[in-house]
Design a protein around this ligand. Structure first.
Ligand SMILES: [Zn+2]
Length: 245
């Protein structure tokens, strides 16, 4: 994986414009990982995929992420920032576990962490519980009791819970959470953090800005889009100021 140039990032933004979050994540990773087969990126466990997106985001926009959340207790908007690399580094498994075996309450299960193909297969209109069980069924490679196969829908809830725990442990970055505290009511909680919409909204804001800069410089100097995108941000900014003077 490598950082993206301004021209490559703009192409990735254009490619992802009409797509959903799963495809956007894969478009960005594919642009930054020309050596990887697209199928292999789609098959990455979600936590591994997202940790790569965090690394890409740090290369492009810096290591510090700033966001906001609503306090669940009093409704206050809480702004927060954190360094993703140091926050999530201890969560990462090296290498990510792709096959997990557990034995619980007489059941033997073989599981694999969900990937982007599984996420894309989830129906958008199903409720959260239906999505969870659909995802679990896809993650279950096999299940048996005393050697007899058992379907995902026939497993007791405590076995499903143990399996979910094993899956979360195998791919902890699939559920990134940030410790937050409310300055108004002092409530403390863990807010979920999803790198895909966060990174994409930053890319959208960046694309709007860079297209405006291309527009100003192309009109002022007659340069091509490619030439303008090859300028460093500092030079681009300097020429924009000169063009306006
Ligand atoms: Zn509060």
């Amino acid at each position: 994986m490598r950082p993206l140039s301004a021209a490559e990032l703009l192409c990735a933004w254009e490619d992802g414009l009409s797509r959903g979050p799963v495809d956007r994540a894969l478009v960005l990773l594919a642009a930054a990982s020309p050596e990887a087969a697209p199928d292999s990126l789609a098959a990455l466990p979600i936590g591994e995929r997202d940790s790569r997106l965090l690394a890409l985001r740090a290369w492009i926009f810096g290591a510090t992420l700033a966001s906001r959340a609503t306090c669940p207790e009093c409704g206050e908007q809480v702004e927060f920032s954190f360094d993703a690399a140091s926050r999530f580094a201890p969560w990462r498994n090296e290498p990510p576990q792709t096959e997990i075996g557990i034995s619980f309450a007489g059941y033997d299960l073989c599981l694999r962490p969900p990937n982007s193909i599984d996420m894309a297969a989830l129906s958008l209109d199903s409720d959260a519980e239906a999505r969870r069980s659909h995802l679990f069924a896809r993650s279950l490679v096999s299940a048996s009791k005393n050697g007899d196969p058992v379907g995902a829908d026939r497993l007791p809830p405590e076995v499903v819970a143990a399996a979910a725990e094993a899956l979360a442990k195998a791919d902890p970055l699939a559920d990134m959470r940030v410790d937050l505290g409310c300055p108004t009511c002092e409530y403390r909680w863990q807010a979920p953090f999803d790198i895909v919409p966060f990174f994409w909204s930053e890319i959208e804001a960046w694309a709007c800005r860079i297209l405006r800069e291309v527009h100003v410089l192309a009109r002022a100097y007659g340069w091509s889009e490619r030439d303008i995108l090859e300028l460093s941000p500092a030079r681009r900014q300097a020429y924009i100021e000169l063009a306006g003077s």
